[in-house]
Design a protein around this ligand. Structure first.
Ligand code: ATP
Length: 472
């Protein structure tokens, strides 16, 4: 039977966010993760962007119209901060736009059901570092599919083969502390987890970020095969797609400052740019060229703004120097919106079939609890060192002070933070119930905490007894 495709259409989507910082009343309980230098840089850039907003409101997406078709890849491109991730977050149900509509096969989206027929691969790989590739995919299969064990195993095996992970199937995922598979392979596993339930739509936020060009091409190549052979609708955001990657996209959505500058094929973008009388070099990567042009114009507009306000001109940037004569031609002639004409996507015949949504969770509450208990036990058994540390820590605390119980170190809180992220992601995409997680967590942790409590109180008990009975 031929698989039904899923066409997604966004109509006049506007998404605004408040940029005024509100202090959480529970601030003292919120742990701020340590930032590296790059993140600190990004934060100040974010703050600078926020300052540009009026009335503390930032228009992240402005009247965005676009369409993604089954059997195809739609790539959302644009400079940093253009709003590329936001359409994906809207489709994944993470945020809700203020106005506009999203249609799935020409019917208004039903968010709960859409989650079941879609997979959302975030930029950050949220995986348990101590599980192997095979175990990770197997737990994902158990939680999301209602198949017998033999079928689950064969599904996992064939997916591992399809993703080219056979050589590392028994290797642990790993992270900065635990040695494991490579960054590119980790990205494959993240994609595997999200396509395990055979979704009709796959959303990927910057799937190639942090990867070398060969791995990046391999990932997009694989996504292209997924779209072509299984009729999936692939929507991804990408920052700087190389020439070979661009060739694999069926259509692109070029964003700048949250507005659509072009929606259509890459070839059509080239035609548009040439129609604007631009001196477009023959074998240039038009997407890169367009992004570069946007950046130059944005830089130029910033300079004009500064000059208009009578402030001293901004110091020259590398971008302006890079633009040189080409940049000058572009800058003097056009504003951002003059540079591009909005392209309309040709209407294709898409069957108006009803989407076949499967209902509810894949497993019963009891089965979910059993699977999650199994996964917890594996993680805990493989974190022996951390638990030994905690035990010794408790013992020493009991002997010396008998007061500090939860004195967790960074590595422990780091592991807890990761676990929290994974659970939030899995529960939000409907893999299992939160209550099953809580029960499984309790089942595994309670006996251990009981032992810790005994270890903690025993020395304290003898010390207090010694003081009272022998007056020591
Ligand atoms: N929850 C939020 N709080 C504050 N600002 C936000 C939020 N969501 C989006 N923004 C802002 O909206 C703009 C678009 O964000 P988005 O992440 O979609 O852009 P992007 O093109 O994916 O950026 P990048 O390529 O740098 O990841 C950015 O300037 C971002 O700072």
């Amino acid at each position: 039977m031929k698989k039904h495709g899923c066409e997604i259409e966004a109509i006049n989507v506007n998404y605004k966010i408040g940029t005024q910082k509100t202090e959480s009343p529970f601030k003292i309980f919120c742990r701020k993760p340590a930032k590296n230098r790059q993140e600190v840089g990004q934060e100040s850039e974010e703050e600078a962007r926020a300052e540009k907003t009026s009335n503390g409101v930032r228009h992240v997406l402005k009247d965005v119209n676009c369409r993604a078709k089954p059997w195809e890849i739609l790539a959302i491109v644009g400079p940093s901060g253009a709003g590329k991730s936001s359409p994906l977050e809207i489709l994944a149900g993470k945020v809700t736009p203020q106005t506009g509509s999203i249609l799935v096969n020409q019917k208004p989206i039903d968010r709960a059901n859409f989650k079941k027929i879609s997979g959302y691969v975030t930029q950050k790989d949220t995986l348990f570092p101590l599980l192997t590739v095979e175990e990770t995919l197997m737990f994902s299969a158990k939680l999301r599919l209602m198949f017998p064990q033999a079928e689950l195993s064969s599904r996992v095996k064939s997916l591992i083969q399809e993703l080219g992970l056979s050589h590392v199937s028994k290797t642990r995922i790993g992270d900065e502390r635990v040695r494991g598979i490579s960054g590119g392979e980790r990205r494959w596993v993240s994609i595997g987890v999200e396509v395990m339930h055979d979704p009709k739509v796959v959303l990927l936020d910057e799937p190639t970020s942090g990867l070398d060009s060969t791995s990046a091409i391999q990932i997009i190549d694989m996504l292209k095969i997924m779209a072509k052979t299984q009729g999936r609708t692939i929507i991804l955001s990408i920052h700087q797609p190389g020439f070979r990657i661009v060739k694999l996209f069926n259509s692109i959505l070029l964003l700048a400052n949250g507005s659509v500058l072009h929606h259509g094929t890459v070839d059509f973008l080239g035609v548009n740019l040439r129609l604007m009388d631009l001196d477009l070099p023959l074998h240039v990567n038009v997407v890169e060229y367009a992004i570069d042009s946007i950046e130059i114009i944005q830089q130029q507009e910033k300079c004009w703004q500064v000059q208009k306000e009578g402030l001293p001109p901004l110091p020259a940037t590398g971008l302006e120097k890079k633009g040189d004569d080409q940049g000058e031609v572009r800058n003097s002639k056009f504003t951002l919106h003059q540079l591009f004409q909005q392209a309309k996507v040709a209407d294709d015949e898409i069957s108006n079939m009803a989407t076949d949504f499967s209902q509810d969770f894949a497993n019963s509450r009891l089965r979910e609890t059993i699977i999650l208990t199994h996964r917890f036990s594996k993680n805990i058994f493989r974190t022996k060192e951390l638990f030994a540390c905690r035990t010794i820590q408790m013992l020493i605390s009991g002997i010396v002070l008998g007061s500090i119980f939860y004195n967790l170190k960074d590595d422990l809180t780091g592991a807890e933070e990761r676990e929290r992220e994974i659970v939030m992601k899995e529960t939000s995409c409907g893999s299992y119930r939160v209550s099953s997680y809580a029960i499984a967590n309790g089942l595994v942790y309670l006996p251990f905490l009981l032992i810790l409590a005994i270890l903690f109180t025993l020395p304290l008990y003898w010390e207090v007894l010694a003081v009272h009975v022998w007056g020591m």
